[in-house]
Design a protein. Structure first.
Lengths: 115, 115
C-alpha cells in the first residue's frame, strides 16, 4: 500500500535550534506539497514542487523556512532558527502528474513543538 | 482568491442518525472540490471529489456530497453514522481550478458521535 512517509513524527526542540523535516513521496508522484496545520490558522499551503522544481513558496516565511527536493524520493522542510510560533503539525502530500485534477495523498505529519 | 467556509466547528450526532456537514466555497470559475477526513494523530484521507459531471458524488465509507453551483455549496452527507466516523472533516477547493497547484482548506468540522 503506497503512502507518503514523514519523519520524524514528533519533534520537540528549543527556540533557536534548526529543525529538519523529511518527506518521502509516493513513488511516481511528481508533485510534492508542504502544509502547516495550527489551531488558529487551520491548514495552510507553505510550498510545493513539481518534478523537483519549486513552483510556489509564497506561503513560507522566507527568512527562516526553506524547502528543497534533493531527489525525487526526498523532500525536506527546514526551519532555522525555530521559534515558538512555529509549533504546529507539518504535513507533506504528494500527487500524480494528471493536472488539473491533482488528487493529493497526505502523510501522517510531523508534530513540532518549539519551547 | 479562493476560500472555503465550514460554518459548523463542532457537530454532535447520535450513532445511526443521518449527517450533513456544510461547506461553502468562493471561486471565480468551475471549482474542483474535495472532502478529506482526519482521525486523531493521522494525516488527511480523501473521502470524495468533484471535478465535473454528475453533481452528486459518491465517496468511500458511505459518504456522498452534492455540488450546488447556485448556492456555492458542497455539503457532505451520510445516511447513518457509525462511531468510527468521529473525526475532523475538511472541505477544500483546488487552486487555479484543480488541486495540482495546492488546496485551500476550510477550518474543519469536528464530528462527535453519541452512543
Amino acid at each position: 500500500d503506497a503512502r507518503v512517509t514523514q519523519t520524524p513524527r514528533h519533534k520537540v526542540t528549543e527556540m533557536g535550534q534548526e529543525v529538519t523535516m523529511r518527506c518521502q513521496p509516493i513513488l511516481g508522484h511528481n508533485t510534492v506539497f508542504w502544509y502547516r496545520q495550527t489551531m488558529m490558522q487551520g491548514l495552510e499551503l507553505l510550498a510545493y514542487f513539481r518534478n523537483r522544481a519549486p513552483l510556489d513558496d509564497s506561503g513560507m516565511p522566507k527568512d527562516r523556512f526553506s524547502a528543497e527536493m534533493p531527489d525525487a524520493t526526498l523532500a525536506t522542510l527546514k526551519i532555522q532558527p525555530s521559534e515558538p510560533r512555529d509549533s504546529a503539525v507539518y504535513f507533506c502530500a504528494s500527487g500524480p502528474s494528471d493536472f488539473p485534477t491533482g488528487i493529493q495523498y497526505f502523510g501522517a505529519g510531523t508534530r513540532l513543538s518549539v519551547l | 482568491a479562493q476560500s472555503v467556509t465550514q460554518p459548523d466547528i463542532h457537530i454532535t450526532v447520535s450513532e445511526g442518525a443521518s449527517l450533513e456537514l456544510r461547506c461553502n466555497y468562493s471561486y471565480g470559475a468551475t471549482p474542483y472540490l474535495f472532502w478529506y477526513v482526519q482521525s486523531p494523530g493521522q494525516g488527511l484521507q480523501l473521502l470524495l471529489k468533484y471535478f465535473s459531471g454528475d453533481t452528486l458524488v459518491q465517496g468511500i465509507k458511505g459518504f456522498e456530497a452534492e455540488f450546488k453551483r447556485s448556492q456555492s455549496s458542497f455539503n457532505l452527507r451520510k445516511p447513518s453514522v457509525h462511531w468510527s466516523d468521529a473525526a475532523e472533516y475538511f472541505c477544500a477547493v483546488g487552486h487555479s481550478g484543480g488541486g495540482a497547484d495546492g488546496l485551500t482548506f476550510g477550518k474543519g468540522t469536528h464530528l462527535i458521535i453519541q452512543p
